[in-house]
Design a protein around this ligand. Structure first.
Ligand code: A2P
Length: 355
């Protein structure tokens, strides 16, 4: 059978990819309803060669909708997901709003698909944070084999994760700097230094500081403990999805890349895993491509992960500072596996098992 599916936030970076993933995976769509703000009403978006109209999201948008993929921001989900769920629609929500609700399953299909059984409590399922998803995909096989005790992760997150406005901000700033900084290798470094100074403080609308040619150690808001909310999402969500006993500490950083989040992941395990054993386990695990050939300079890059369904894992090394530790470099497409693909994979399990 085929399902009536709505995409909420269809004009956004993730919503648009949700439409493409539904098409590419031949999801059994009977009817596709595209919802966004009133600003987008009247626009059309392509699905299977046809132009579908974008409609304004309202409280009556969900009559007869069976599956709703939400990616229009936390406040939109807070208001409209319960309305949709009440109408009998299964909501798969990409925002952070419901993730830690004990009555809402938080699911990565490769890691904890059975948690989906709990969907009946609210009719809402949460899609985890993009950085959490790729990390737990990479760590699940290692945890099953050797029990991870502690994770230390640093992220290098791409600008697409913030949305289209942020991508534009990065491009405008980069273009501006690349055209106004006239410097070649024949010039002194002082000239470069001086020509950078007008760009030290630029007006921004999306990020708190310039993102072009910069690393921002702030993603989302700061919490009372000094960590950002993005960092705490990685802590809370990893425990909920994989194992509450795992200790996690994170530093999340926005870097001027387009698509694909990169992560330096250090783990300490109960039992020893050699780098070779870890590589073997990862090679056989679902959703993972091992890319680890230092002699040929092969390792995961955002340019290789963008557009890929797989999470790329490389630089697999034993941590020589402790007895049972490993270091990994993990890269995945944050819009695909980090958001749209994971949501559609959840929907596929739902129709397979429960609908
Ligand atoms: P719109 O394009 O009409 O503003 P991104 O994360 O790429 O910025 O996209 C955000 C998505 O959320 C867009 O599809 C946007 O629609 C949608 N959105 C934002 N605010 C609202 C709203 N008040 N009601 C419905 N959709 C919204």
């Amino acid at each position: 059978s085929a399902y009536k599916v709505a995409v909420v936030g269809a004009t956004g970076a993730v919503g648009n990819m949700m439409i493409q993933v539904l098409e590419k995976r031949n999801f059994p769509v009977g009817e596709l309803v595209l919802l966004a703000s009133e600003r987008s009403a009247g626009k059309t978006l392509k699905y299977k060669g046809k132009d579908l109209p974008v409609q304004e999201l309202t409280e009556s948008s969900f009559k007869g909708i069976e599956i709703g993929l939400f990616s229009a921001g936390g406040s939109i989900s807070a208001k409209f997901a319960p309305i949709a769920a009440h109408e009998g629609c299964i909501v798969i929500d990409n925002t952070a709003h419901f993730r830690m609700d004990p009555d809402v399953p938080l699911v990565v299909p490769e890691v904890n698909p059975d948690a989906l059984a709990g969907y009946t409590k609210r009719n809402i399922i949460a899609n985890p944070n993009c950085s959490t998803i790729q990390m737990v995909v990479a760590l699940k096989p290692l945890h099953d084999a050797a029990r991870i005790k502690r994770i230390v992760v640093s992220t290098y997150q791409s600008v697409s994760g913030t949305g289209k406005d942020a991508l534009e901000e990065m491009l405008v700033q980069s273009r501006d700097m690349a055209t106004h900084i006239q410097w070649t290798k024949e010039d002194g470094l002082d000239k470069l230094w001086n020509s950078l100074s007008p760009f030290r403080t630029v007006k921004t609308t999306v990020y708190p500081h310039r993102i072009a040619f910069e690393c921002l150690p702030q993603i989302d808001v700061f919490m009372d403990n000094g960590y950002t909310k993005e960092e705490m999402k990685m802590v809370w969500e990893t425990k909920k999805i994989m194992d509450p006993a795992i200790q996690v500490t994170a530093t999340t950083v926005r870097v001027p890349t387009f698509f694909g989040h990169s992560e330096s992941v250090n783990i300490e395990t109960e039992r020893k895993l050699t780098a070779r054993q870890a590589t073997d386990l990862l090679s056989k695990a679902p959703g993972i491509k091992v890319m680890d050939d230092p002699a040929n300079k092969k390792y995961p890059l955002t340019a290789l992960a963008a557009g890929e369904d797989y999470t790329l894992v490389g630089r697999i090394r034993e941590d020589e500072s402790i007895s049972n530790g490993l270091n990994l470099w993990v890269v995945s497409d944050n819009i695909l596996k980090g958001a749209a693909l994971n949501a559609v994979q959840i929907a596929e399990i739902m129709i397979d098992r429960y609908l």
